[in-house]
Design a protein around this ligand. Structure first.
Ligand code: HEC
Ligand code: HEC
Length: 313
């Protein structure tokens, strides 16, 4: 289908907002990249030059985030706690091709955002840390690595089979009490601990002050169920039933976790998914967990890009 002209679409968006009607959909990138011969470059392919040095630094920042950036990554999660196999695993929210997908409209922000801002959403929400300066060398290095694992992916395309955190086929109701039992029976407790705090440097925290914030996708019932079903227990991925994954997700996401300042401004056009655990425009909080205050609430916010082209500023 041919997209409507910009003016027409803006008109529709304004009308919908005014009427509180259905929000514009994030249709994502429609064109699917299906080059069978394509596979992402890996660490061994990094060139031995200045560009390669930047790419390598970016990769190591993803692998060792809290050690490398203790003032910014204050939880015990690193980027690869979720984006496994250096961001290349199609089952774990792959980062391959991300350089070709941004700037992109994000319904959660209600605007088009650049890849650096998307990286900072994960710093502030998934790592419950602080946004890193967009102009920093570290951000450039991370972007260099994301570009490196996107080489030869045409701009504006989505890699076949790389569907973010893959949607679960069925949306089930999670049972917290069953999840609590499964947490022990399915050996989660062995790595992530009875207190959910994991072990710094080895196993990421599932709840508490050092885990992801309420504003992370992982704090949503279905998103965490998908991650758990596809990837956990780490020793036997895909061994749980979908129901067990939903029960574990419900148990984990009912526990206390860091707040995400400004979260009430998410989905400004409405249309928040049902399982978002906090209140937004036209949406009631879905089983909200107890919240832990953030040490640096200002650092936890990624503002939408400012408009600088008007004289009224
Ligand atoms: C708690 C889990 C978690 C951690 C930790 C995490 N992320 Fe994410 N990240 C996600 C999820 C979930 C998505 C959304 C994937 C989707 O669209 O379904 C995502 C999306 C992204 C995207 C956008 C991908 C795309 O193409 O749309 C980028 C870039 C990204 N993360 C970078 C990072 C970086 C860099 C770090 C470390 C600073 C990090 N993430 C840490 C869970 C996490
Ligand atoms: C053998 C150890 C081990 C077991 C058992 C295990 N995990 Fe994990 N889990 C990990 C590691 C390690 C990571 C981070 C990924 C990485 O570093 O490769 C992780 C990541 C996660 C994450 C995303 C990061 C975060 O902190 O939120 C979730 C959610 C999770 N595991 C849930 C579970 C659940 C639920 C179970 C039980 C069904 C389980 N895990 C069993 C080792 C384990």
């Amino acid at each position: 289908m041919r997209p409507a002209p910009l003016v027409a679409r803006l008109g529709v968006a304004l009308l919908l907002t005014a009427c509180g009607g259905e929000a514009p959909k994030d249709t994502g990138t429609a064109v699917v990249f299906t080059e069978a011969a394509w596979s992402p470059k890996r660490e061994a392919d990094i060139p031995a030059d200045s560009m390669g040095a930047s790419i390598t630094r970016g990769l190591y920042l993803l692998r060792h985030t809290p050690d490398s950036l203790p003032a910014y990554a204050t939880s015990n999660l690193k980027c690869t706690s979720c984006h496994q196999d250096d961001g290349l695993d199609p089952n774990a929210a792959p980062l391959t091709g991300s350089h070709a997908r941004f700037p992109k409209y994000m319904a959660r922000s209600g605007t088009v955002i650049a890849l650096a801002d998307r990286v900072n959403y994960c710093f502030t929400r998934s790592l419950a840390g602080n946004a890193i300066p967009v102009e920093s060398r570290e951000m450039t290095d991370i972007l260099a690595y994301l570009a490196f694992i996107s080489y030869d992916v045409p701009v504006g395309t989505k890699i076949a089979g790389h569907d973010g955190l893959i949607a679960m086929k069925e949306t089930l109701v999670g049972d917290i009490a069953r999840g609590e039992k499964l947490y022990v029976e399915k050996t989660c407790v062995a790595c992530h601990g009875a207190d959910g705090a994991g072990i710094d440097g080895a196993f990421p925290a599932l709840w508490g002050a050092k885990s992801y914030s309420i504003g992370a996708s992982m704090a949503r019932l279905e998103r965490a169920a998908s991650f758990i079903w596809h990837n956990m227990p780490q020793t036997a991925p895909k061994s749980l039933t979908p129901q067990e994954a939903f029960d574990l997700s419900a148990f984990i996401n009912a526990k206390p976790r860091p707040d995400s300042p400004g979260k009430e401004l998410d989905w400004p056009m409405g249309g928040a998914p049902k399982d978002v655990p906090y209140k937004t425009a036209g949406h009631e909080a879905f089983t909200p967990p107890p919240l832990l205050p953030r040490a640096n609430p200002k650092g936890a916010v990624v503002p939408n890009p400012p408009v600088i082209g008007r004289s009224d500023r």
